[in-house]
Design a protein around this ligand. Structure first.
Ligand SMILES: [Zn+2]
Length: 241
């Protein structure tokens, strides 16, 4: 049983190392996702600004089309004014011409306003686009580094598991199954050392009788609180000595 306890301790050491590396590798996709979505706000702000500029440009061309139409009508009326003989008719038509001119002037003022708004927004769009591109380049570099780190961690986790099979063969199937169950339930940690008479997995004090039993190295002892398999610290001390 002494050999089994040592093998269990060794197996846990291998699995802990691989587990930590795998956990770190698995945390990376979330980091990448967070980085990539950190620019979503800036992208949607740019989208809104572009939509506004498109609406303003549409308004501009609508006014321009309408003005061209009015201008044509206006020209015809002006020509007709020369042919009119009746003063009443002349007055009525010249009022129309005047109103049409005023309308065109107002429209031209609105076009200037619209052009000013377009220019203003376009400046903001240009600035924000540049900032976004810089941000994307920076994030691209970070993401590439993270992907490389992820691949490196995966390779290290595989390397850490080398030699696991040989250790596993020293432990009987029933105990191995218990080890695997515990590892699944206890965040990857199934075997712990005692530390000054306490379980180092959960810090619970071990009953004196159980401590005595453990030091015979003749049984698999589990913590009464966290159920992890406990290896008495003296076993390692004796091995090292
Ligand atoms: Zn415990």
């Amino acid at each position: 049983m002494r050999e089994t306890l040592l093998a269990l301790f060794e197996l846990q050491k291998i699995d802990t190392r691989a587990y930590e590396l795998t956990q770190r590798a698995e945390s990376i996709p979330k980091l990448i996702h967070d980085l990539e979505s950190s620019l979503d706000g800036a992208r949607s702000e740019l989208g809104t600004l572009n939509t506004e500029v498109e609406a303003l440009k549409r308004e501009q061309s609508e006014i321009e089309a309408k003005n061209a139409e009015e201008g044509e009508k206006h020209k015809k009326w002006k020509t007709r004014l020369h042919d009119i003989k009746s003063p009443r008719e002349y007055q009525a038509l010249s009022r129309e011409v005047e109103m049409g001119e005023r309308q065109i002037r107002d429209s031209e003022e609105r076009i200037l306003e619209v052009l000013g708004q377009i220019e203003e927004r376009q400046k903001v769009i240009d600035d924000k686009t540049q900032t976004l591109r810089d941000g994307e380049a920076e994030i691209g570099t970070k993401v590439r580094a993270l992907r490389e780190e992820q691949a490196r961690l995966k390779a290290e986790a595989e390397a850490a598991s080398q030699g696991r099979d040989a250790v596993e063969k020293k432990i009987n199937k029933r105990i191995l199954r218990r080890y695997d169950d515990l590892r699944a339930k206890r965040n990857g940690l199934a075997v712990v050392l005692t530390n000054d008479g306490a379980c180092s997995g959960c810090n619970m004090t071990v009953r004196p009788q159980q401590l005595v039993e453990m030091q015979r190295f003749n049984s698999i002892e589990q913590c009464a609180a966290c159920h992890r398999i406990m290896v008495h610290e003296n076993l390692l001390k004796q091995e090292q000595a």
